[in-house]
Design a protein around this ligand. Structure first.
Ligand SMILES: Cc1ncc(C[n+]2csc(CCOP(=O)(O)OP(=O)(O)O)c2C)c(N)n1
Ligand SMILES: [Mg+2]
Length: 911
């Protein structure tokens, strides 16, 4: 035994004077030489315990030792990585339940058709794109799933959900072709969707293939995030008693490069915290992304393993195929494993790109003992040693463990080869972009996977499907039958839904009398009322990223509780208060904490629940409007693709209505962004009754009429007296415009448009104009420029396509029939919002809006600054009238002075 200092963790022993000085110099602990003999003795003793008493006892022993080390002040290094080997030892593996030979045949055919689909199309239509190498690395991981794990919908259960690496779609199409769900014509029209024949979309898009894809995933990072919240939403529905508890799973197949997206890993602790054992991530660790290696200088598997273990996930590594097992068994020194731990991913890539001789020299050649280990193997054999993700036996065992795991989510890190089987494209940096194979590669592919088609046909990328009664087709179908049916089907179940009639909102249509309220307050009361509805109340899902108090939603927390899978394990400090913080296992609110992205993922799970669970859940996702569309716009785009329904509400809306918060908070553009989403209906209501009409009609359209759309509604926090709904205004509210208040005396010479709280400014301007300048103006509430524009564009298009027919008039033109004079439109959003209607307003429009960065101040100052207050509206009207010769120019100039407007000040857009 050596001197009693050091060892692996450095047992503290008093230091000599010199040593003490050294320590100070670089302030790092000095490492003394480890005593290998002593370490070996400890290891030997430990091995004995494992052998005699089993891994349970051994584990307890290590835990006790670590605990003791901490007590003794030893700084034990945190070790989250396990050795670079398969998590499941060979001796614990179960044998494969399927017919390996037939399954390999099926996989080969799917591989071929997936490759041929892309190759052929790019030959015919250069540049049309597609991916070959991703599916080639994923094939085994998917095939084992299709044959043995992915449970299809059965009885009234929706079965497993599978999120796919989007650019691996050709493989899924090829499989659907093999089992007869898609025809050759479909495959021929991959990425040719617009030719009047059934085509296949590039990636999973429910919007484009509504009978096939459920989950849009190709925007990297959205799949992982959405799948976590999907699994969580499944539990939410179960815990609320809306669906039965089942053992079905959410599978998410993800790229290792994709894991770099912040969305991919940003919510992984939610999955462990919520104990989501219905969630399985499978990361296709082909070690490459688009440009090159994911971690050329490191090991992506280790990085992910540490992060996910640290986050409390069950991590299963599937790194090496069965053909490595005998080598591991022969290597008593542990050098093989050591070598695997040493080599970086860039080098692992080389081994597949550069062939067997390179592997022998560079991998095994590092240690003479390793060279010896493989001396009887040829170079080809070395090169062919499989990665775990290409070995059905290893993959099957990993999936089985994952499915059986209880108490938390599982991640499978499967090591694969990008471009597997693609000859010269295999494991090359450029493989991701490979759209066509060389003739040599395609013939090699045909040979390797034994595709029975002639050479010439192969070069063209001809498809091959054996007859219906062939063993391959029969087996593939039989396996799916055993698993409940075909996968990758989107079938919207029948559900009953009747929207509550508008009369049930009477309280909100009646106005607030002298009470000042905001549209946000009205909305919250509406939500409370809706949740009390005996029929549809249970379907309402309020979602909120830590802003409930900002929007005055405390009463809802008390009423229906916050969903908490564990219930409430503490007595909230405010328990004695009426509106205490109530968490409940059957709680209805999804209080997500500060994650707009996570909340949007919940919105997506809830808003597609009608299709995925047959339950018409109605999400009301209320966010801080500035942190909505511009923060999580891509998730919202994917939500639209998924045919999501529900209401997205932007609280604290309006660049001048939200006071004091300044540049990063004041939103003057979310409705510009929302207008870019084709299925989003954007409204900008001024009054509570308008909100009520929009929500009532929204429920009717989305859930009763089953239209694929959703709503975006900014909600403001300015309090004012809410008027009673004017008779006959319902249609105008929904179409986007109605006259709210006619000119006080006689025919109007000017039309004033207002939206949101700025409508009040328009009303004040109407008064100023009449009282001070004798100008009469009508005031219109424009609830949706977006809807008006869409309708006008549709009408215009019809006119364009039918030049010989009687011209149709857009609604905006009809609505303004007889309304004369210039139009001044004022909004708390950017000028481009009203400008949307300019083509139909004959040059009469002057838009006032809040372009530019916000400021910290109160509403009066903000509206003055942005030139959207009553004074700005009135002067804009006078200025316009003066230019048209309908008002005295001098008086107009004076009006600016009288109304306190500095005409030479800097444009707020640039301020
Ligand atoms: C948000 C986003 N950024 C970029 C892309 C373009 N893109 C498509 S695939 C890909 C590389 C994916 O690499 P990885 O996740 O490792 O998947 P692999 O193909 O290697 O399996 C990229 C950058 C995208 N689809 N989404
Ligand atoms: Mg990759």
């Amino acid at each position: 035994m050596g001197p009693k200092r050091g060892g692996m963790c450095g047992t503290p022993v008093p230091l000599s004077q010199d040593e003490n000085e050294n320590m100070k110099a670089d302030s790092k602990p000095t490492n003394t030489v480890p005593d290998y003999e002593e370490i070996s003795e400890w290891i030997e003793a430990f091995d004995q315990i494992v052998a005699q008493e089993g891994s349970g006892v051994a584990c307890e022993l290590v835990e006790a030792l670590v605990k003791r080390a901490h007590e003794a002040g030893v700084d034990v290094p945190v070790q989250l990585n396990t050795p670079y080997q398969n998590t499941i030892p060979v001796e614990e593996e179960e044998s494969y339940p399927g017919d390996r030979v037939l399954e390999r045949r099926i996989k080969s055919l799917v591989r071929w058709n997936a490759m041929a689909m892309v190759h052929r199309q790019n030959k015919k239509d250069p540049g049309i794109g597609g991916h070959i190498s991703t599916y080639s690395s994923l094939a085994t991981l998917l095939e084992v799933g299709f044959n043995h794990f992915f449970q299809a919908a059965y009885a009234d259960q929706p079965g497993d959900f599978v999120y796919l690496q989007g650019h691996a779609a050709p493989g899924v199409y090829a499989r659907a072709y093999l089992v007869g769900r898609l025809t050759e014509e479909h495959l021929q029209n991959f990425r040719h969707e617009l030719r009047g024949k059934p085509g296949l979309s590039s990636y999973p898009h429910p919007w484009l293939m509504p009978d096939f894809w459920k989950f849009p995933t190709v925007s990297m990072g959205l799949g992982p995030l959405n799948s976590i919240y999907q699994a969580r939403f499944m539990r939410y529905l179960e815990n609320r008693g809306l669906i039965p508890h089942t053992s079905r799973k959410v599978w998410a197949f993800l790229g290792d490069g994709e894991m770099d997206e912040p969305e991919s890993m940003g919510s992984i602790t939610l999955a462990s915290r919520e104990k989501l054992d219905n969630l399985i991530f499978v990361v296709n660790c082909n070690l490459q992304r688009l440009d090159g290696p994911v971690r050329g200088n490191g090991k992506i598997v280790n990085e992910l393993e540490a992060a996910f273990r640290g986050a409390g996930w069950n991590v299963i590594k599937v790194l090496w195929g069965s053909d490595w097992d005998p080598l591991f068994a022969k290597d008593k020194s542990g050098l093989l494993l050591k070598r695997m731990g040493e080599v970086v991913d860039g080098e692992l890539q080389n081994y597949k790109a550069k062939g067997g001789a390179y592997v022998r020299h560079n991998f095994f050649g590092k240690y003479p003992e390793l060279l010896e280990l493989v001396k009887d193997m040829t170079d080809d054999q070395l090169w062919n040693l499989h990665r775990g993700g290409h070995d059905p036996q290893k993959v099957y065992n990993a999936y089985k463990r994952a499915v059986e795991h209880r108490g938390g989510p599982t991640i499978i890190l499967a090591q694969t080869v990008k471009g597997y089987g693609l000859g010269s494209a295999e494991a090359r940096n450029a493989t991701h972009q490979e759209k066509k194979l060389s003739e040599e590669s395609i013939l090699a592919f045909r040979k390797r996977f034994e595709i029975p088609i002639p050479e010439e046909a192969a070069k063209e990328g001809a498809f091959y499907r054996p007859p219906d009664d062939s063993p391959e087709v029969v087996y593939a179908k039989y396996r799916r039958k055993a698993m409940g049916g075909f996968m990758m089907i989107r079938e919207v179940p029948k559900f009953e839904f009747k929207a509550p009639p508008l009369e049930s909102f009477n309280e909100f249509l009646a106005g607030s009398g002298r009470r000042s309220v905001s549209t946000t307050m009205g909305y919250v009361s509406m939500l409370r009322q809706l949740m009390k509805d005996g029929t549809i109340g249970k379907y309402i899902v309020p979602i909120i990223p830590d802003e409930a108090r900002t929007f005055g939603m405390e009463s809802i927390i008390r009423q229906v509780g916050i969903y908490a899978s564990q219930g409430q394990l503490y007595n909230p400090h405010d328990q004695d208060m009426l509106l205490y913080y109530r968490e409940d296992k059957a709680g209805q609110i999804l209080e997500e904490g500060i994650t707009e992205a996570g909340s949007m993922a919940s919105m997506t799970a809830a808003g597609t629940s009608y299709a995925n669970y047959g339950l018409p859940m109605i999400p009301f996702f209320t966010f801080y409007s500035m942190f909505g569309f511009q923060r999580v716009g891509d998730l919202i785009w994917a939500f639209a693709d998924a045919r999501g329904k529900g209401f997205i509400c932007g609280g604290t809306a309006g660049r001048t209505t939200l006071m004091g918060e300044g540049l990063q908070h004041q939103d003057g553009h979310s409705i510009v962004l929302s207008s870019t989403v084709p299925t989003c209906a954007t409204y900008d209501p001024a009054f509570v009754y308008e909100v009520a009409v929009i929500i009532q009609d929204g429920m009717r359209r989305m859930y009763e009429n089953r239209e694929d759309l959703f709503y975006y509604i900014p909600l403001y926090n300015q309090d004012y007296s809410m008027p009673e709904m004017p008779k006959g205004s319902q249609e105008g509210i929904l179409k986007g415009i109605y006259k709210f208040k006619s000119a006080p005396a006689g025919k109007a010479a000017v039309q004033l448009f207002g939206s949101g709280p700025i409508l009040n400014e328009a009303l004040r301007a109407q008064q100023i104009l009449a009282e001070k300048y004798g100008v009469q103006a009508d005031v219109w509430s424009v609830t949706s420029y977006n809807q008006l524009r869409r309708e006008a564009l549709e009408t215009e298009r019809w006119n364009r396509l039918h030049p010989g027919e009687k011209e149709r008039r857009p609604h905006i033109v009809n609505a303004l029939d007889g309304a004369e004079g210039p139009i001044v439109a004022a909004t708390d959003y950017m000028k481009i919002v009203p400008d949307q209607l300019a083509p139909w307003l004959q040059g009469r429009l002057t838009s006032l809006g809040t372009d530019g960065f916000g400021r910290s101040d109160n509403r009066d100052y903000l509206r003055k600054h942005f030139e959207v207050n009553a004074e700005a509206i009135a002067t804009a009207a006078l200025s316009r009238l003066a230019r048209e010769g309908k008002f005295d120019v001098k008086k107009a100039k004076k009006a600016f002075e009288e109304l306190g407007i500095d005409t030479e000040r800097k444009d707020p857009v640039k301020a």
